[in-house]
Design a protein around this ligand. Structure first.
Ligand code: ADP
Ligand code: MG
Length: 701
């Protein structure tokens, strides 16, 4: 075969043509033959089983019914109009409803004719209905309704109106498979296929679209999932290997005076075992002569800042500068204060650089960086501006990584001729499998232990109607000397409605906690950064007892005396954000509380999120719950990763398979690091089809 069959544009498939090809591309991202082959059914239906109208309940994920349309009507006008068809079988009737493509559906259906409909039932006005069902005439289907598994493909209204219902998609897929059959390349080696007793790729693809029975379908799914995960892991591991072999790093050969003096004189507490282990892992990397690229994961409050600081001391011991980059000015300020305080007396110069840093100060900083007088620079994005030049940057630490895009990360990497070591820190608890996949090209360390003496945070859920009770609890806590956060959602910092909520809240709290007895701070995104800082500092120093704010304090802020976190409209926050916010308390010796306030009406997902928060403080359990509720596509960081080319495999459900695939990839690379042996020819061919890998690979082979 001289041309690449699977990359042939989809419009050349019989039955498609340019117009429908355009729509397939727009709606389903199907561009070529290969894309269609990988557009897998999202479920399989037994075409011989029909539900009766009187059996329908809300619990059914879908129903398939056989019957007649007895009447139709169009309700409403213009954009709000909908088309309703009454669909009847021997036992009763339901309504079929369309909001879009009305013209097309009106032409398509005829009263009295028999149809098969398929869709998800729901209740409206006490009758069951199906919104935008799939509908096909029984006559058309005659002969095709055989027992067994019938593929069901997701489609869109637009595609349906051009004939690409699930059945239409199935048809062109059949055409494709009939023409393609002999051109579907095998992508795994005979060795792997034998080892796991996989079926061939060709057989798998045929059976995933047109399964002969359940048993072969499962085999087909397993094979395809494995292949996706295996190539994902193989490519990640290869890129890591390429990075390690290519990029020489600064060698931090010794741990010296600064580190040792700090450890023996300045360290205010004993390190946890997890902190010790992680510092050791990092130290080995730094001394290896290879560039480090490591992810450090540790739940909120696990003590990552200290680890960062000690790594920077190793850099200074080896005459290198370090920088610490954080997502907000508030956090930069705080790190600057804490770190300067902790380094007191060691003769180390720390500076702060943010967007709001004045020109004159900037100039001084520039000079200090060039002359190596500054050892540690802390700041926001301002650090990666082109104008910031270090004399000898050896280590870059990025805190709360999920706020930075991949692009910003790589911009830092390019900065110096010899790339500095990179340590990325994140509190976003992601399940291990996801970390392995998302950050599979990074090395990975975890702080899986909290500093001793922390009391478990008690979490309660109250409806807004119980506000008075909550206020009186706050008063009691403030009287006892504690401080309180009250956080409002401000999803988009420019939303005036949200801002009004926040100001209303602030006003009612100042009424409840009036001057001169009490003082209340307020911080939100639209304030000037100097004002924000002033308010924050008042709270840090204990001059104000309450802090009313938006989520700007979500990340990193550390005020140990603050022991109550009230989250308003908690139902509007995602789980990982709630967890981050709650992590702002429970940092001191006092019993801490998190109070989740919500309206009376909660969606089912909203309720699950609140229940999860009340039930557990374990970041990993919360991450798993989050992943289940939202799916991996929504996980922080996954959108930007661009790495996950998974069609069938599921990063949560296929955890075991990920592990197997990764282990196999590791074994293969150990034996054949460049995948260059004849035995692995099939793997090489497939890797070359993957553009991302191809680029970096060509550089070395
Ligand atoms: P995070 O991992 O969320 O960034 P921080 O670095 O802000 O956590 O640390 C949280 C708090 O725990 C800080 O007040 C810090 O001083 C304290 N801390 C860190 N390490 C220890 C330790 N080994 N023992 C006691 N307290 C610690
Ligand atoms: Mg932190």
């Amino acid at each position: 075969m001289s041309y690449n069959f699977s990359e042939t544009a989809i419009e050349y498939l019989k039955g498609v043509g340019p117009k429908r090809a355009e729509l397939l591309r727009k709606e389903l991202n199907i561009r070529c033959f290969g894309d269609l082959l990988q557009y897998y059914p999202f479920r399989y239906i037994d075409r011989t089983k029909f539900h009766k109208a009187n059996e329908i309940s809300n619990d059914l994920v879908y129903v398939q019914m056989k019957g007649k349309i007895v009447s139709t009507e169009t309700v409403g006008k213009m954009r709000s109009s909908r088309f309703i068809a009454k669909f009847q079988d021997e036992t009763g009737s339901i309504e079929l409803v369309w909001f879009q493509g009305i013209k097309w559906i009106k032409e398509k259906i005829h009263l009295g004719e028999e149809y098969i409909v398929f869709g998800k039932p729901s209740v409206f006005n006490k009758t069951y209905n199906i919104l935008h069902p799939d509908i096909e005439s029984l006559a058309e289907n005659q002969g095709e309704i055989t027992e067994g598994l019938y593929p069901y493909y997701n489609s869109s209204e637009k595609l349906k109106s051009l004939g690409f219902t699930s059945r239409g998609i199935s048809k062109i897929t059949k055409t494709l498979i009939n023409t393609a059959q002999s051109s579907i390349p095998e992508t795994l080696t005979p060795e792997i296929i034998n080892k796991y007793r996989f079926i061939s790729r060709e057989e798998a693809l045929i059976n995933i679209h047109f399964p002969a029975n359940t048993e072969i379908l499962q085999k087909a799914q397993l094979r395809i999932k494995f292949e996706e995960l295996f190539y994902l892991q193989l490519s990640l591991l290869m890129m890591k290997q390429i990075r390690l072999s290519k990029t020489e790093g600064h060698r931090f050969g010794s741990v010296g005076n600064y580190f040792n003096t700090f450890y023996s004189k300045n360290l205010p507490f004993e390190l946890t075992n997890a902190q010790k282990r992680v510092i050791k892992e990092i130290r080995l990397d730094l001394g290896s002569g290879k560039q480090m690229n490591r992810l450090l994961q540790g739940d909120v409050g696990s003590g990552k800042t200290l680890v960062a600081l000690m790594c920077m001391l190793i850099a200074i011991d080896n005459n290198y500068q370090s920088c610490l980059m954080v997502p907000t000015e508030i956090l930069a300020n705080q790190h600057f204060e804490t770190i300067s305080r902790m380094l007191n007396g060691l003769g180390i110069t720390v500076e702060l650089l943010c967007g709001s840093t004045k020109k004159a100060k900037r100039k001084l900083i520039d000079e200090g960086l060039q002359s190596s007088n500054i050892h540690i620079l802390i700041g926001t994005h301002a650090l990666i501006e082109d104008t910031v030049q270090f004399a000898n940057l050896g280590l870059v630490i990025i805190d709360e990584q999920h706020r930075f895009g991949v692009e910003q990360r790589s911009k830092l990497w390019e900065k110096n001729e010899k790339q500095p070591h990179i340590l990325v820190m994140t509190a976003t608890p992601i399940p291990r499998t996801l970390a392995m996949t998302l950050y599979g090209d990074l090395d990975y360390s975890a702080i899986d232990e909290m500093p001793p003496g922390r009391k478990l945070i008690k979490t309660y859920h109250y409806f807004d109607s119980a506000r008075l009770k909550v206020f009186s609890f706050l008063k009691q806590q403030v009287t006892a000397g504690r401080q309180v956060y009250v956080v409002y959602p401000l999803i988009n910092e420019s939303e005036t409605l949200d801002l009004k909520d926040l100001m209303d809240g602030y006003n009612s709290i100042t009424r409840e906690f009036p001057l001169p007895e009490y003082a209340v701070s307020i911080v939100h995104g639209q304030m000037k950064s100097a004002d924000k800082d002033y308010e924050m500092q008042r709270f840090v120093k204990g001059e104000t007892q309450l802090m009313v704010s938006t989520t700007v304090i979500e990340v990193g802020v550390d005020v140990p005396n603050a022991s109550v976190m009230v989250i308003e409209n908690a139902e509007r926050f995602g789980l990982s954000q709630l967890h981050q916010l709650r992590g702002r308390v429970g940092r001191g010796a006092e019993q801490s509380y998190c109070i989740l306030m919500t309206g009376n009406k909660l969606t089912s997902d909203g309720r699950k999120r609140i229940e999860t928060m009340v039930r557990t403080t374990d970041g990993f359990e919360i991450a798993e719950a989050d992943l289940k509720l939202r799916g991996p596509g929504d996980m922080q960081g996954t959108q930007q990763s661009g790495m996950l080319d998974l069609h069938l495999a599921d990063i949560v459900k296929d955890e075991k398979l990920i592990k197997i695939a990764r282990d196999l990839a590791i074994d293969i690379l150990k034996e054949d690091p460049l995948i260059s042996t004849a035995k692995n020819q099939k793997l090489k061919e497939q890797l070359l089809r993957m553009k991302k890998v191809k680029g970096s690979w060509e550089k070395i082979s």
